[in-house]
Design a protein around this ligand. Structure first.
Ligand SMILES: Nc1ncnc2c1ncn2[C@@H]1O[C@H](COP(=O)(O)OP(=O)(O)OP(=O)(O)O)[C@@H](O)[C@H]1O
Ligand SMILES: [Mg+2]
Length: 152
């Protein structure tokens, strides 16, 4: 686990996502954790900017999943809030090959880890009455620890 990163504004969170995009490769799974309004979608927006996908990356809460093409890699953005289990995620029938894409899943902890051999979990925390978010990176397997170290 790396040191937590302080993100003081919405723009900081988006900029961090754009920086993170620089280390992402085809087949990657990034799981975004944290409470309502923590900034998971904001981070995903930054990842979309960094990959150069056709925008706009907006919350997929109601559609569950969106595929953004046109960038260095396709970005598959999923909101698993309404999905109960891995089986429901697996049933989404995404019109994309995950091996060729970056998969970013909000509310994915405990539901989507099986989709890849390794993953990066990112937890966003918010303090009451503050815009500041605290981001913690948790590498799980693969070379995520090295890639995360290269970010700081
Ligand atoms: N430092 C910050 N980083 C990110 N968002 C911030 C920050 N400060 C304030 N905000 C605000 O917090 C909200 C974050 O919303 P966002 O949709 O990204 O959260 P979320 O974690 O995806 O929520 P949900 O669980 O509902 O999907 C936005 O309204 C944004 O303007
Ligand atoms: Mg969201």
């Amino acid at each position: 686990m790396t040191l937590p990163v302080r993100l003081s504004t919405l723009d900081d969170t988006r900029a961090y996502g754009a920086k993170l995009a620089g280390v992402l490769r085809a087949g990657d799974l990034v799981v975004l954790a944290g409470p309502l309004g923590a900034g998971k979608t904001a981070l995903a927006q930054g990842i979309g900017v960094g990959l150069g996908v056709r925008g706009p990356v907006v919350s997929p809460t109601f559609v569950i999943a969106r595929v953004h093409r046109g960038g260095r890699l396709p970005l598959v953005h999923v909101d698993a809030y309404r999905l109960g289990s891995f089986a429901e995620v697996d049933d989404l029938d995404l019109d994309v090959d995950l091996a060729d894409s970056v998969l970013v899943v909000e509310w994915g902890s405990g539901k989507v880890e099986q989709l890849a051999d390794s993953h990066l979990e990112i937890e966003l925390a918010r303090a009451p009455d503050s815009e500041t978010r605290t981001l913690t990176l948790r590498p799980h397997g693969g070379d995520w620890a090295e890639r995360v170290a290269a970010l700081s």
